[in-house]
Ligand binder design. Sequence first.
Ligand SMILES: Nc1ncnc2c1ncn2[C@@H]1O[C@H](COP(=O)(O)OP(=O)(O)O)[C@@H](O)[C@H]1O
Ligand SMILES: [Mg+2]
Length: 268
Amino acid sequence: MAEPQTAPAAHADHANLALRGDNLVKRFGAVTALDGVSLTLGQGEILGILGDNGAGKSTLVKILTGFHQQTSGTLHVHGAETLLKSVDHARSLGIECVYQDLALANSLSIYHNMFLNREIVRRGPFRLVDHKQMRERAAQCLEDIGVHVPSVDLPVERLSGGQRQAIAVARAVHSNAKILLLDEPLAAMGAREAALIIDLVMRLKEKGGLSIIMIMHNYAQTLDIADRIMLMQRGRVTYEQKSANTSVAELMDIVRREYRAMRATTAQ
Ligand SMILES: Nc1ncnc2c1ncn2[C@@H]1O[C@H](COP(=O)(O)OP(=O)(O)O)[C@@H](O)[C@H]1O
Ligand SMILES: [Mg+2]
């Protein structure tokens, strides 16, 4: 097994971190999806995670969101060592995730989706769902973060992929997220759609109070949006750097070197 890694020295003040993972290992039977991953996420920081298919990125996010539990390694949330037992547990600590395959109910309206499983009910004996208030609050929340839709009554299936992603992000933020995890939010999106989400994430960052991890594919987009990037290969972190101190060329070079080394081994 590889040498264990401790959290990188990107942040000196560990007590102030939103998240910190040390030497996280995750095995699925014979498959080692994470082979000792350490990471830090500062308050208000955007961390971009890059890496090939199968590198372990989604597995890492699923541990941070309480969906999977690590085989070994430790996690600190807002400075306190925590074993995330479930997605609800992570949520109760302000960790929200927007998954690759968005969990939106497509036939329901935008405002219904914003309040899915958290419907506002009126006081009184009948506990009726308060549609008026949910509509108003949904519209306000979307306006606050600059997401424009013709009407919150529209069913989600009428929206574009980018708009749907924006609604999913808005829902997470509205539920009081402190740490937002986005797994390939720009997957299968055209440039215009991607720009919509990138702008949204930038606005959220400016508003403050939110720390964000984004799994991305496109190096240039990642360097634009993230304060820091982390490259994952075969279940490990192979490179970590502030976006300002690296470039698309450098990242491509690292990946190319790795690929050549792997070809050389398989050719033997
Ligand atoms: N639930 C699971 N059961 C078995 N193997 C899994 C499971 N989830 C992921 N894996 C394996 O773990 C590795 C990392 O997968 P994943 O985290 O999805 O990578 P990425 O998101 O970087 O593409 C892959 O080899 C994948 O097949
Ligand atoms: Mg993935």
